[in-house]
Write a protein that binds this ligand. Sequence first.
Ligand code: SAH
Length: 396
Amino acid sequence: MDKILLKPRREESILRFHPWVFSGAIAQIQGHPSEGDLVSVVSADGKLLACGHYQIGSIAVRILSFDEDPTLPDFWVRMLSRALRLRESLGLGENGTNCYRLVHGEGDGLPGLIVDFYDGVCVLQAHSVGMFRAKNAISDALREVYGPSLKAVYDKSSGTAPFKAGLDLVDGYLWKAPGFEEDEAVVLENGNKFLVNWNEGQKTGFFLDQRENRARVGALAKGRNVLNLFCYTGGFSIYALAGCAVHVDSVDSSARAMAMVDRNVALNGFGSDDHTSYCADAIDFLKNVPEGKYNLMIVDPPAFAKHRGALKNALRAYQRLNAAAISKVAPGGFVFTFSCSQVVDKEAFSLAVFSAAAESGRSVRILDRLNQPGDHSVNIYHPEGEYLKGLLLYVE
Ligand code: SAH
């Protein structure tokens, strides 16, 4: 294994279990590692600190192990079993939920790897060269961990693995059980049915991170007129319907997503009296909403800031969008508002929503602060893993 030798005193973050080595901390690279190779990380005074995947760029090493040997044959099985144990202890995989995130990168000690589980189908996304190169070993380990309940392992890394690596980036099955032919499945989330298409859908096919917040919407939807903006395949809409909303309107600019919403509405036994689909720009749609028409709104836009440079404009966009929602919601209404931009932290988001409330001039209370669920766990030494935040507002 080639060696990454750190500059003096640059081992401190690794001793605190931060899972990245930045290129600026490196004094010397001993050997000629290729991107994705396992390398060892050594302090200036020669102590072995960790092992990880090497990559050219500002994050030079993504650490897989501080004490174990990631070259051992059972490494992946051990790490994936550990991830599964946590999900099982959260009650995922039973009680009406058969889809969840199995691996959340750094949160599970596996930087650069996402694995989502859809009733026996694992959809893998590599965000680093090392994880991309390890995908077949990971697929084999998933088979061992899940045993005969595993139906397939699908690699969806073409949009996430770094292209400069010149890797063969074609999505497809790494393994499937004999007879398995589907690209689509009906999964259960808290007893609600959802179609997931990992091949054509966004990300791995479904936004599993909103499970608990959807349940919250369901619990408050009774008797309400609901507007679900940026609805994707209608996650929040189905929970609202199941929670006895009077009517739900769902809006997304993706025609493919809206077609899935209609199928999900029917799949859960609802019809056109209960629900209406709008394939439209959510911001334009909101402009034309009559004041007071809705008394529960969900605002869950895509990440407005994908990097720090976009932060200022993103905060302005969150403010504008939330000001429009808060102004339009009926008195006594709830607004569930979210940001999934990692670079927008909780405080900055709260401040944008505060400014939006002030702009609307209405009385607004924060009833709750919303988060990503436990299967999207955050390594306490890697706060960068926290990305989803939301507020439940009560507007008078
Ligand atoms: N709330 C969803 C996830 C939202 S992801 C869920 O629970 O599953 C963000 C969604 O916003 C995507 O479906 C994307 O198609 C949609 N989108 C992006 N820009 C949009 C716009 N300007 N108007 C409407 N929808 C938009």
